[in-house]
Design a protein around this ligand. Structure first.
Ligand SMILES: Nc1ncnc2c1ncn2[C@@H]1O[C@H](COP(=O)(O)OP(=O)(O)OP(=O)(O)O)[C@@H](O)[C@H]1O
Length: 237
């Protein structure tokens, strides 16, 4: 069986006249966590949006779970088992935590134990405590956690996570890292866009670095931590 859950080749995308991605190549193995790194504007969010179908690819191909999904609508891609957690939290602020989770519920693929609110509350004890609270009364970090929990209710095989640590307090960042590691323990593959090397090192096996819309470097996280030249060239400001 193919060990790749996601295969992106020669991906080009942009906004109007602006070309942003110039042939991105990346793959994600089943159950692995990979960090998509690079400075502001390198094209990380654009890559995730193009994979998810929120932006129509201008070239290249995207395969997910053995199917060509290039140019497919986001809801069809989600239905195949690809979850997406955008930078801006997408929750219903008028609904409670428990109701938000119900909105995300989708049938699990055969052979996989489905996520239920009860299982998720074990996973995210903070959310359990506030299950009847309206999402509007939650902090930004809590809302981010709820977005992840709701994505899991869709029983994804892989999740695209856009800059989960950005703008969050250190204690929430730690919880976020734990959440990613738990997803990995459940066999869910995660492609996480991230600028913070500490966060990437805490969760990922491998890093890919984007610069100006192409992957310039890829390798193990330990290799990246040890390579000051690469970090200086592509990561630090
Ligand atoms: N909606 C948009 N319309 C036009 N240009 C955009 C749009 N969104 C992003 N861009 C441009 O695309 C380029 C890549 O942006 P992208 O958000 O993918 O970068 P990023 O690596 O995710 O960085 P950041 O951390 O700032 O989100 C930038 O030059 C940005 O200005």
């Amino acid at each position: 069986m193919d060990d790749r859950v996601l295969d992106v080749t020669g991906l080009r995308a942009g906004y109007g006249p602006a070309e942003v991605l110039f042939g991105v190549e990346l793959h994600l193995a089943r159950g692995e966590v990979a960090a998509l790194m690079g400075r502001n504007g390198a094209g990380k969010s654009t890559t995730l949006k193009a994979i998810m179908g929120l932006l129509t690819p201008r070239g290249g191909s995207i395969r997910f779970a053995g199917q060509d999904i290039t140019g497919h609508a986001p809801f069809r891609i989600a239905r195949l088992g690809l979850g997406y957690v955008p930078e801006e939290r997408r929750i219903f602020t008028d609904l409670t935590v428990a109701e938000n989770l119900e909105v995300g519920r989708r049938t699990a693929p055969a052979g996989r134990a489905p996520w239920t609110p009860e299982r998720l509350f074990e996973f995210f004890p903070n959310l359990a405590e506030m299950r009847h609270r309206r999402a509007s009364a939650m902090s930004g970090g809590e809302q981010q956690m709820l977005t992840i929990a709701r994505t899991l209710m869709g029983n994804p095989e892989a999740v695209l996570l856009d800059e989960p640590s950005e703008g969050l307090a250190p204690v929430i960042v730690e919880q976020m890292a734990e959440a990613v590691l738990r997803m990995k323990a459940e066999g869910i593959a995660v492609l996480v866009s991230e600028q913070n090397l500490d966060f990437a090192a805490a969760v990922a096996d491998r890093a890919l670095i984007l610069e100006k819309g192409t992957v310039r470097w890829q390798g193990g996280i330990a290799a990246l931590e040890a390579d000051e030249d690469v970090r200086r060239a592509y990561l630090t400001v």
